[in-house]
Ligand binder design. Sequence first.
Ligand code: PMV
Length: 357
Amino acid sequence: TNIQDGKVTWESPSNIALVKYWGKKKDQIPENPSLSFTLSNCKTITTLSFTKKETLDKSFTFEVYLDGGLKEDFRPKIQTFFERIEQYMPFLRQYAFKIETKNTFPHSSGIASSASGMSALALCLMSVEKLLAAESTVQVPEDFFSANYFNQKASFLARLGSGSACRSIEGDVIVWGNTVVIEGSTDLFGIKYPYQVHGNFENYQDTILLVDKGEKQVSSTVGHDLMHNHPYAKNRFRQAHDNLADLKVILESGDLNAFNALVESEALTLHAMMMTSMPYFILMKPNTLEIINKIWSFRQKSGLHISFTLDAGANVHVLYPQDQSQEVLQFIKSELVAYCQNGHYICDQIGFGAIQN
Ligand code: PMV
C-alpha cells in the first residue's frame, strides 16, 4: 500500500457485566460466558495517528498520551497487546503510531478504563486496516468491508487487550463466551444478544457510586489467574451458564424481582471467588457494604426495583429502571452519596456501542 500517514478517532464506552467473566484460559479465552449492558456516558475517546516508517525495524513504534501528557505507564500493556494481535494485523510494524486518549470519567475514579480504552484502540486499528486495504492491490475476502466483519474483528482484537473490552464495541446487551443457550455465542468475540428484551429494560439506569478511587490492591489479571486451582471454580463456571440461561428468561419476561436477585447474586459470587482464592483478597470496602445494606432496606421499604452490581473493585453500580429514576436518585443523594469518596458518583445508562468521530 502507498498510504503514508493518516488519523482515525473512535469513542468507545465501558460496560457492566450482569453475569460475570472471572477466570480465563490461554489466549484470553473465558472460562465461562458473560452478559453485559453496554454503558453510554463512561467512554474513552482515542485518536490514532499513523506514519509509515522509513526503515522496517523489529520493534513496534508508538507513543501514548493521556489527556495530552505522555503516559509511559501505559506502554507495557499496549506493547503486550500489539504482540498478541500482530498476527492478525500485519501492518503494525510498518507504521509509527501516536495514541492520544482521554476518558469522559475522571481517571483516578477507580472505574476500570480497560474495557473502553482497549475497545477504542482496537476500533482505531480496524479503521487503519480498512484504509490500507482500500488502497491496496492485494485481494481481500468478499465480506472484508462489511460492518459485520469490522465489528467482529474489532471485538476479537479488543478481547486480546482486555477480556471485558470485547463487550464494548456494540450495544445494548452483549454476550461473550460460548454457551448452548445463546445461538451464535463464541469465546472469540462479543455478539449482540440475539433474543427479545422486555421494555422494562429500556434505558436501564446505572448510577456508579465511587466508593474508593485508589489503585486496587489486586489486578484482575491476578484475580483471573487465581481461578486456576480454585476450589469452587468448576461449580462457579457451571453456575454462570445456568445464570445466563435464567437471565434469558428474565430478559424476555421483564421480571425485575428475579433480575435483581440474579444480578446481586452474581456480584457477590464474583467477590466470594476473590475471598476464597489462595491467596485470598477483598476488594470491597466498608462503605461498599454500607451501601449494599442501604439498598436492601430501601428496596424493602419502597418496593422499587433497585439493585446493585460490582465489578472487580469497591465501587457500587446501582441499577434501576428509568421510570423510577426520580425516587431512586433522591434516595442516592440523601442516603448513599455520604459513602462515596468526595461525594462522587456518575449517572450512566444502557448504551448502544462505539462511534467513529
Ligand atoms: O477484562 P478484565 O480482564 O479486566 O476482567 C474484568 C472482569 C470483571 O469486570 C470483574 C467482570 C466482567 O465480566 O466484566
